[in-house]
Design a protein around this ligand. Structure first.
Ligand SMILES: Nc1ncnc2c1ncn2[C@@H]1O[C@H](COP(=O)(O)OP(=O)(O)OP(=O)(O)O)[C@@H](O)[C@H]1O
Length: 247
């Protein structure tokens, strides 16, 4: 489904690579977790896969399509849920979603029905006509999710979709992502919630300094290590306890 070959990114003026010669395959139907400390390169990688950022070198295909030759086809195939809220604060929830739906060529009754259904599943029906600037963090995260899935993408990229939300919102978001996956959407997501990733992902890759240092099924990665009971233990063992401050 996703085939990444020797993908690298060095930002303009930077001395180091943020992603370096990265090879990775994600199979159709997976829920794949990209895990790593702050500054590891997760957002950089996901931004390149969403075609929001140009790679310095290397290549990737999604469903056999390469960005350079099939840009428009690829854009329809994928959904993006960015880390920053992609919402217009002075528009209502319904207006925001109508705008995002129209960007994917959706319109009319079918778009309105899809929006209403998604708002209902994510518990936002009563707030459809409210401006999003009045929403709590959890509500914005749920709305941000809907904006990326209205066109029923085959592959969904999510950058920290549950950051800063309470357990209730997180449960609704994860349950909905599971349902989307069961219905045929391949999911690639980044998170700092290692317990969540352990439960949610079919496979994970731990990234540090732009390089994959370990990948596999969470249960197998844990079973293969002595005195490691959870993904978080393995994560700390592999990436260390030093903080990763950068500016
Ligand atoms: N626009 C940019 N210009 C220059 N350097 C950047 C830019 N964006 C990110 N970086 C650098 O690239 C590296 C990887 O950053 P990235 O945001 O991809 O990490 P991350 O794993 O997503 O981190 P976090 O968990 O904090 O979101 C960091 O060293 C960061 O400082």
């Amino acid at each position: 489904m996703i085939q990444i070959n020797q993908l690298s990114k060095k930002y303009k003026g930077a001395t180091d690579y943020s992603v370096y010669n990265l090879d990775l395959t994600v199979e159709e139907g997976e829920i794949f977790g990209l895990l790593g400390p702050n500054g590891a390169g997760k957002t950089t990688l996901i931004s390149m896969l969403c075609s929001l950022l140009k790679p310095s070198s290397g290549s990737f295909t999604i469903n056999g399509l390469d960005y350079h030759s099939h840009k428009n086809q690829l854009k329809r195939l994928i959904g993006i849920v960015p880390q920053e809220y992609a919402l217009y604060p002075t528009l209502t929830a319904f207006e925001n979603l109508t705008y995002f739906g129209s960007m994917y060529g959706l319109k009319g009754k079918s778009l309105r029905d899809t929006i209403q259904k998604q708002l209902e599943i994510l518990g936002l029906t009563d707030f459809a006509q409210k401006k999003t600037k009045t929403f709590s963090g959890g509500m914005k995260r749920r709305l941000n999710l809907i904006s990326g899935i209205l066109h029923r993408p085959k592959v969904l990229f999510l950058d920290e979709p549950t950051v800063g939300v309470d357990v209730q919102s997180r449960t609704v978001i994860i349950d909905h992502l599971r349902k989307l996956n069961t219905d045929g959407t391949t999911i690639v997501y980044t998170s700092h919630h290692l317990n969540e990733a352990e439960q949610f992902c079919t496979r994970v890759a731990i990234i540090d300094h732009g390089i994959i240092i370990c990948q596999g099924r969470p249960s197998e990665l844990i079973a293969n290590q002595h005195e490691i009971r959870h993904l978080e233990d393995l994560f700390l063992k592999l990436t260390g306890k030093a903080m990763r401050d950068h500016a």
